[in-house]
Ligand binder design. Structure first.
Ligand SMILES: Nc1ncnc2c1ncn2[C@@H]1O[C@H](COP(=O)(O)OP(=O)(O)OP(=O)(O)O)[C@@H](O)[C@H]1O
Ligand SMILES: [Mg+2]
Length: 424
């Protein structure tokens, strides 16, 4: 067997519970053509439970069959979502001392604080959930370790490996590229996002103010706050997939829009990166298709209005706190300042004119978001006014400096977005 092959058990924390149970078994192997192939089968005792829930409402529905996939190097989308991404992989590689590991190794090495309700292990019975999280009080130390990893430096102090272990316990399995960790306080679990020395502006404060601005524009947004540690600003985003409960945390299932769209991060999957397709897919599984489709339309509009051109499908997710799936709160809203003031493209297709972030393009497929053209137009007008009128005050009120405001000012309601005048 090569290191790209292997197997593990997949655990799940059922709605309302704080301890995982074994949901099934995953095997990664190669087919006759030498391609990686993944197989997943739900356990019989899991299928016999009254409270069972599916891991993925599209690709891994509850059934006795053996599921197979050759996509994504044999990793099912829902399992990929529960694994580490750029940042977590970097930390794990540093810890293991190897440049590249197999997909299965990354899953098995990452900590159990991953987004969603899944866990992975080699034992048929799941281990007890991790109860110890880093506290917000330790943020200064975590920031230092993150800095060292970003700079690819030796970790500070003699107990470097111990520190890596500690960092590994928190945050590696959360996706994304920015340095981050998971921390706990009396209110629950937070995703801590650290500034990098090479950031163009104070990312923590800017992202926090975009989350506030999104809320002011009517979006359902993850709760966030800024804390200072060691003279640095850190963004804390409240985990919406964990709820404090007696004896631990209950967990919501989570799948990314990549999984919903049946696609991947790389350019190969890009033809399916589309808000329009996403609206259709989420309408199939959402317990409230209309509300979620409208919300997705607003998020797409907001991203266009703040030039969030990093709105790739991993930055959208579906969440199931109980048995029902719904669009998750919005997260990772960051402005960019492309050079062109006339033309902006989002990361996903918006309408008939592809990824172009213009009002006309946003309106072109509004029916797929269950909005008639007039209602969609009213939403765009309203959001455009709000963004124009309040981005600056919102940012300043959240401590974004005058200089940073100047740097990001070109992101908002850019000239090329404007609505075509309505015929009388
Ligand atoms: N509040 C939250 N609760 C639960 N999970 C979250 C929350 N915010 C983000 N996540 C998960 O963590 C991942 C990383 O978060 P986020 O996208 O904010 O980080 P990032 O490093 O800035 O990402 P990117 O690489 O897209 O810039 C997300 O893709 C999502 O799966
Ligand atoms: Mg992200």
């Amino acid at each position: 067997m090569t290191s790209d092959q292997g197997e593990c058990f997949v655990y799940i924390t059922l709605p309302g519970e704080v301890k995982p149970v074994t949901a099934g078994r995953y095997v990664l192997t190669v087919n006759r053509r030498g391609e990686p192939i993944g197989r997943f089968v739900y356990g019989r005792s899991y299928l016999a439970r009254d409270d069972k829930v599916e891991i993925d409402p599209i690709e891994l529905r509850l059934s006795e069959r053996t599921y197979e996939t050759v996509r994504l190097k044999g990793i099912f989308g829902a399992l990929r979502d529960a694994g580490p991404d750029y940042w977590g992989r970097r930390v794990i590689e540093k810890h293991v001392g190897k440049a590249q590991l197999s997909e299965l190794d990354y899953l098995l090495h990452s900590a159990d604080d991953r987004a969603g309700a899944l866990g992975f292990g080699l034992s048929q019975t799941p281990p007890a959930p991790v109860r110890k999280f880093n506290k917000t009080i330790e943020l200064e130390k975590l920031q230092r370790i993150a800095d060292a990893i970003v700079a690819d430096e030796q970790l500070p102090g003699d107990d470097a490996n111990v520190q890596i272990e500690e960092l590994l316990l928190v945050g590696t399995s959360m996706g994304g590229a920015r340095p981050k960790a998971v921390v706990e306080d009396a209110d629950g679990l937070w995703l801590a996002k650290f500034n990098r020395d090479d950031d163009r502006w104070n990312s923590a404060r800017v992202e926090h103010s975009m989350l506030m601005l999104g809320r002011a524009c009517g979006l359902d947004v993850a709760f966030s706050k800024i804390v200072e540690a060691g003279g640095r600003d850190i963004l804390l985003v409240k985990r919406f997939d964990r709820t404090k409960a007696a004896g631990g945390y209950s967990r919501a299932r989570m799948i990314s829009a990549l999984t919903l769209l049946g696609t991947e991060d790389s350019h190969r999957g890009r033809d399916r990166w589309s808000y329009v397709l996403l609206a259709e897919e989420l309408r199939r599984i959402s317990a409230d298709p209309k509300t979620d489709a409208h919300e997705l339309f607003r998020r797409m509009a907001f991203n266009a209005l703040i030039s969030n051109t990093d709105d790739h499908p991993r930055n959208h997710a579906m969440l199931a706190r109980g048995s029902d799936w719904r669009l998750s709160p919005a997260y990772d809203l960051t402005p960019t300042t492309p050079i062109s003031i006339e033309r902006r493209d989002l990361a996903m297709t918006v309408g008939d004119d592809g990824r172009r972030a213009t009002a006309d393009n946003l309106l072109s497929q509004s029916l797929r978001f269950l909005l008639d053209r007039d209602d969609a137009k009213a939403i765009l007008n309203d959001m455009e006014t709000r963004v124009k009128e309040s981005w600056y005050h919102t940012a300043r009120a959240q401590g974004v400096s005058e200089k940073d405001c100047e740097l990001i000012s070109g992101a908002f309601a850019y000239p090329g977005f404007h609505l075509q005048p309505q015929p009388a």
